[in-house]
Design a protein around this ligand. Structure first.
Ligand code: TRP
Length: 424
């Protein structure tokens, strides 16, 4: 069976945090480690422009995300790791899909509807206030990201499921209208990693400002961990591990035994300060090595750039031929383009002509040899008798011969009969 293609993109607007790592980066890197899948992971820098008009931030986030994935050990010889904007075919496909996508479908997009709802709630008369065409049609760019590589499986957060369904819709519409070129993708959502809590106990997310950057300096890491919200239980009082952000973050990095030991400490009434210290020391030990690699890469961005450009070359090996097909299917073609089916037909017609020409040549060659016999008939007084005699001589010659020679004589006989038909 052919390997399935796994693809996901990371919008380059922020600094990778622990929620990103546990929810997206770690599972994606793990998925690329076996031989089970083809993996395409990319920096969605065009997506960044939808929400962020601060160029420095977009550029810096792109550096940080690239360095983070490499520092965490993504093997770019196996996985294809690239920057969206290095693949011009993606934007090209975006337009073709834009013309395959009904506006009504985009009207239903959660991201767009959320903006409309916010405008309505704040009493604005223009419900589209602040909505750019980028925000409105961003599921189309995302569909192009996915379809351009015929990806099967798309690991995403819950909020993105709708976009994958929209990509299916557009793929289906293209396939139906033009040609069956695109795979219908499927979202893969890991429920467990949706719940990684941030400093305030809500889901860790940039938009809640409750994140812990994955590779911040150890001092900052400790400072942030100290900010994690806890209840008022005193040291010595048993604590509810399952409702503790500290315990949950710990357990995401720990093995079973370590988790059980920490749970025990909670039951024994570890003080919050000590629990935070343990969490810090544990995370710091886990992160020290990739953090050092990350810092090295951030100081050697030329090397990271090179990795991305190599990834783009690999990605375009897939995108370029597929985009050629998509363009042609939609009628965007060189003026001299002849469709494959037509090409086949023309080839056949040509070969029929060639066969006829060869046949004619063969015929003429044999006739040259037979010329004296034919002339004899022409000169005979009783042409009819001469012709009949010649034919009957040739007929018995044919009958007496072996296969190959027989065929040759038969050919001669056939031609003689043709040429002399008027006399026979
Ligand atoms: N929109 C996605 C997000 O915000 C990022 C993204 C862009 C993406 N293109 C993609 C994810 C293609 C999966 C596939 O998380």
């Amino acid at each position: 069976m052919e390997k399935k293609t796994v693809l996901t993109g990371i919008t380059t607007t922020g600094t990778p945090h622990i929620g990103n790592y546990l929810g997206a980066i770690k599972p994606a890197i793990e998925m690329s480690q076996g031989d089970q899948y083809n993996n395409f992971y990319f920096l969605a820098d065009f997506h960044a422009l939808i929400k962020c008009h601060d160029p420095e931030r977009v550029a810096q986030s792109t550096r940080e995300i690239a360095a983070t994935w490499l520092a965490l050990g993504l093997d770019t010889d196996k996985a294809t790791f690239y920057r969206q904007t290095d693949i011009p075919e993606i934007t090209e496909l975006t337009w073709i899909l834009t013309c395959m996508c009904s506006k009504g479908l985009m009207n239903r997009s959660h991201a767009y509807k959320a903006s409309v709802d916010a405008n309505r709630d704040s009493g604005k008369t223009d419900l589209d206030d602040g909505v750019t065409m980028g925000l409105f049609s961003y599921p189309i760019l995302m569909a192009a990201d996915i379809l351009m590589f015929n990806a099967d499986l798309i690991p995403v957060g819950k909020d993105q499921i709708q976009h994958i369904e929209m990509a299916r819709d557009m793929a289906g519409r293209f396939n139906h209208t033009y040609k069956n070129l695109f795979t219908l993708p499927e979202a893969v959502v890991d429920e467990e990693t949706q719940l990684i809590p941030g400093l305030d106990g809500r889901k860790m997310s940039k938009s809640y400002d409750n994140t812990i950057p994955l590779f911040c300096p150890a001092d900052d890491l400790y400072k942030l961990i100290k900010q994690i919200k806890t209840d008022t239980r005193e040291p010595g009082e048993p604590k509810d591990a399952d409702n503790s952000t500290i315990f949950q973050l710990y357990s995401y990095f720990a093995d079973q035994q370590e988790t059980a030991a920490m749970r025990q400490q909670f039951e024994n009434g570890i003080g919050w300060g000590d629990a935070k210290k343990e969490l810090f020391e544990f995370l710091d030990a886990k992160l020290a090595e990739p953090r050092a690699r990350y810092n090295e890469l951030m100081n050697d961005l030329g090397a990271v750039e090179e990795v991305l450009l190599k990834g783009a070359d690999k990605a375009r090996e897939v995108a370029t031929p597929l985009m050629d097909k998509a363009r042609i299917a939609a009628g965007i073609r060189p003026l001299t383009y002849v469709a494959e089916a037509k090409q086949e037909k023309q080839k056949k017609e040509k070969s029929a002509e060639a066969i006829a020409r060869a046949e004619e040549g063969r015929r003429r060659a044999i006739l040259m040899q037979l010329k004296p016999l034919l002339e004899k008939v022409e000169q005979a007084e009783d042409k009819s008798a001469a012709a009949q005699q010649l034919i009957s001589e040739k007929t018995s010659e044919v009958e007496g011969l072996k296969k190959k020679a027989k065929q040759k004589a038969q050919n001669e006989l056939d031609l003689l009969q043709e040429e002399l038909a008027q006399y026979l």
